[in-house]
Write a protein that binds this ligand. Structure first.
Ligand SMILES: Cc1ncc(COP(=O)(O)O)c(C=O)c1O
Length: 425
């Protein structure tokens, strides 16, 4: 019995299902990780994997990035947590505002879910309205308002609304098909109680789904025309798609933005920011309550400052390299799948991609749900066997990092070759 299998048996006795977040589980049991560095993680049985899960997108700069580690090490000598304001929070806020011109003020939180929860409460506080519109398949965290037709782990398990979640809450969340701005316009025009629209500008929780041309500019126009705040959930895309996220890439200014993942390069830090008149509603100055003991803790803040400074310093090389590597990888996988006559789609952009086993384009929730997940699982297991770790679900994304090398890509392409053949058989 492998050490991971033994640890999983132990874990199940003390941790529900043996994991601390549902997507971490896969059949027959997940490997247990001992350490990581750069592009790699090692399991407890000393097997090395090239990591393409990359902390579900957080590790844009790779594991144990030296600039981040040295900033955190320095902070550790000064203290880990004060629960008083610090100068470094101002520095981080200025860096975030510098990269995201739509953000005039920002509050730091710990997780993406906390950021979207606060963004939604802010939108409600600002408009004094109740209902939120989200798009099918977008995942915004594990809180009641957004666990409605959500992607990621909830799509994987076929759960749309969680047991224990209140219908009284979810009935205030209206759902529109992704890439369908007309449906949004119809819904907003007939409903006068809309507090906000929240969207992943690139949908990275149903596999990868790209916004169609004009989708984002149309939803910006519709929300502006109707005085409805637009929330860009850039928890995945922030810093990953460009230093200023998807909003910089698509040149669209939302009213509120949420950030997490790549902001902290492996440390728990997230942010919600936006227009001054909205952000100033937060307590204690305003009446929208938000609080957290660990928010803005100096350890995570030092990691975030180092991450943004590093990204800004190397941006010219970073994004072109990631895009070049992603193009190489996805083209090679596409060619192999075509040669093998496997019906498939590959959606990709910047440093993210996903393959779907279906002959129809994947543009929304239902086209993603139509993909053959049994084939995906087979491919995942084969890749894992060959030392390639991608997120274990069809409804997640393959993430490249700055640490991947050309040799890593060649090894990955070889592993996909074997994996696709296993799907064919
Ligand atoms: C787009 C998006 N928003 C919010 C979240 C929630 O973030 P967290 O898991 O840090 O709460 C996620 C998590 O994957 C996400 O992908």
């Amino acid at each position: 019995m492998s050490k991971s299998q033994k640890l999983f048996n132990d874990a199940k006795k003390v941790i529900p299902s043996g994991v601390n977040s549902p997507v971490r589980y896969f059949e027959p049991y997940p490997f247990f990780t001992k350490k990581s560095n750069g592009a790699y993680i090692w399991d407890e049985d000393n097997q090395r994997y090239i990591d393409f899960c990359n902390g579900y997108g957080a590790l844009l700069l790779g594991h144990r990035r030296k600039e981040v580690l040295s900033a955190v090490s320095k902070q550790l000598t000064q203290g880990t947590m004060f629960c008083t304001p610090t100068q470094s929070e101002i520095e981080l806020s200025k860096l975030i505002i510098g990269n995201f011109p739509s953000i005039q003020k920002v509050r730091l939180v710990n997780t993406g879910g906390e950021a979207t929860m606060t963004a939604i409460r802010l939108a409600r506080g600002f408009t004094k309205k109740k209902k939120i519109i989200k798009f099918e398949g977008c995942y915004h965290g594990a809180h009641d308002s957004v666990l409605v037709k959500a992607g990621s782990g909830s799509a994987h398990n076929g759960i749309s609304v969680s047991d224990g979640g209140l219908d009284e809450v979810s009935k205030n969340t209206l759902v529109v098909q992704y890439n369908n701005s007309e449906e949004l316009e119809r819904l907003i025009s007939k409903n006068k109680d809309i507090a906000g629209v929240i969207v992943e500008p690139i949908l990275a929780n149903m596999g990868l789904i790209l916004p169609e041309k004009n989708f984002l500019s149309e939803i910006r126009k519709i929300t502006k025309d109707n005085d409805v705040p637009l929330i860009f959930d850039e928890v995945v895309t922030g810093f990953r798609v460009s230093p200023g996220g998807a909003q910089q890439h698509f040149r669209i200014k939302p009213d509120i933005t949420t950030l997490a993942k790549a902001l902290g390069s492996g440390f728990a830090v997230a942010a919600v920011g936006g227009k001054k008149e909205i952000m100033d509603l937060l307590s204690p100055g305003g009446k929208v309550y938000q609080a957290s003991t660990y928010a803005g803790n100096p350890t995570s803040v030092s990691a975030a400052i180092a991450s943004i400074k590093t990204i800004n310093k190397i941006k010219n090389k970073l994004y072109s390299k990631l895009e070049k590597y992603n193009t190489m990888l996805t083209h090679a996988i596409d060619d192999m799948a075509i040669d093998l006559k496997i019906p498939h789609q590959i959606n990709f952009t910047s440093s993210m991609f996903q393959i779907f086993f279906t002959d129809k384009p994947v543009v929304d929730y239902s086209s993603s749900m139509n993909a053959d997940t049994k084939k995906f699982k087979k491919m995942f297991s084969s890749l894992l066997h060959k030392g390639i770790f991608i997120a274990p679900s069809q409804f997640e994304v393959v993430f490249l990092s700055d640490a991947h090398t050309k040799t890593d890509l060649e090894n990955t392409i070889n592993a996909y070759d074997v994996a696709l053949k296993s799907v064919k058989n």
